[in-house]
Design a protein around this ligand. Structure first.
Ligand code: DOR
Ligand code: ZN
Length: 374
């Protein structure tokens, strides 16, 4: 292991199988994030359904939303959109059948009502949708969960741990055949749930939860661009996430939760939750993995585990990350406004800029990976 990380660190270019982002918010209407504008490294995007004013609660809406996003693509764009369906108290098992048959819906999203941005139409009690979840298990439709309790008496920093204990563990026990993805895990309890879960439990991790603890948000002045949900936690939880990534668990994978909000909606009296990382996220993950001594685990996390968990083929093309300094833009156009990315104006020291490469992994890297598999 040591040898592989050392070797990779000394290389000036890192080639990995083309990654997928299994959790992204592309928004809608004038504020749709233009994936055509910046050469995107990801091949597939699992598109979150919490758009306004009409969340993607039906298959017909998913089909129409997919068309709206694709209308923004450049003609030579080969990106693939994996759509999701927003579960409500009123979703029917028939809609799940329709979703499966559509061939464009790859997962359903469970938002506890009121847990986060645009989740007002979410589920008020998980038992309200048990028939739907049983149908999903039967049809092998994965469930993506925003894992936070919403009871106002529960402290915001404890909401994920509470949800794991009171909702996720019982759910997995009741429906072990249901594929569950605990989205954007932020706590050691979340890590334990995924690591101890069987083959049907997966989890995604964002760059911000690997990089920062809650001090980043609150010490030395409140910094709204670090506010997202689930909220950044204590350092011990971040350490648990880093350890989970180092463990190389095959059921943990990349989901940026890149969630743009206009600058003025973040820098105000009641700022929105969400960090925007889409156009620098793979560089951030590479930096984090390198600093965490597990660059050799990046490719599986970014480009293999998610596809495997969803039962999709791994991408057949490759990307190359170059070691060169890169200054993150101060902002990107976003509808009539701008959106401020994570690390705006900062210099990324290790992996900056990106270029697609058609060739396979460097031979030596491949040989090292093969030797590690033994
Ligand atoms: O911070 C977040 N922003 N967390 C979510 O769960 C939703 C997202 C958004 O849509 O803005
Ligand atoms: Zn999200």
């Amino acid at each position: 292991l040591f040898c592989s990380q050392d070797y990779l660190m000394s290389a000036t270019r890192l080639r990995i199988r083309r990654p997928d982002d299994f959790h992204v918010h592309l928004r809608d209407g004038k504020s749709m994030v233009s994936l055509a504008r910046v050469n995107p490294v990801y091949k597939r995007f699992l598109v979150m359904p919490n758009v306004m004013p009409n969340p993607i609660t039906t298959v017909d809406r998913a089909i129409a939303y997919k068309k709206r996003i694709e209308a923004e693509f450049a003609p030579d764009n080969d990106l693939q959109l994996l759509m999701t369906l927003y579960l409500t108290d009123h979703t029917t098992p028939e809609e799940i059948v329709k979703a499966k048959e559509s061939g464009i819906v790859y997962a359903c999203k469970y938002y506890p009502a009121g847990a986060t941005t645009n989740s007002e139409n979410g589920v008020t009690d998980i038992h309200n949708v048990y028939d739907v979840l049983k149908k999903m298990a039967e049809l092998k439709m994965p469930l993506c969960i925003h894992g936070e309790a919403t009871d106002p008496s529960i402290d915001i920093f404890d909401r994920e741990a509470y949800f794991v204990e009171h909702t996720l563990i019982p759910l997995h026990a009741d429906l072990p055949d249901l594929k569950i993805i605990m989205e954007h895990i932020t706590t050691k309890q979340g890590v334990e749930f995924v690591l101890n879960g069987g083959e049907n439990v997966g989890g995604t991790i964002t760059p911000q939860h690997l990089m920062y603890n809650r001090n980043q948000l609150l010490v030395g002045g409140i910094k709204p661009h670090f506010y997202c949900l689930p909220i950044l936690k204590r350092e011990e939880h971040r350490q648990a996430l880093l350890a989970a990534v180092r463990s190389g668990c095959k059921r943990l994978f990349l989901g940026t939760d890149s969630a743009p909000h206009a600058k003025e909606r973040k820098e105000c009296e009641k700022g929105c939750a969400g960090c925007f990382s889409e156009f620098l996220s793979i560089e951030l993950y590479a930096e984090i993995f390198e600093a965490n001594g597990c660059l050799d685990k990046l490719e599986a996390f970014a480009s293999e585990n998610g596809a495997d968990f969803y039962g999709l083929p791994r991408n057949e093309d490759f990307i190359e990350l170059e070691k060169k300094e890169w200054t993150v833009p101060e902002n990107y156009t976003f509808g009539d406004s701008v959106v401020v990315p994570l690390k705006a104006g900062e210099v990324l020291k290790t992996y900056g800029g990106k270029s697609s490469g058609p060739e396979p992994l460097m031979e030596l890297h491949r040989a090292l990976s093969a030797c590690l598999d033994k």
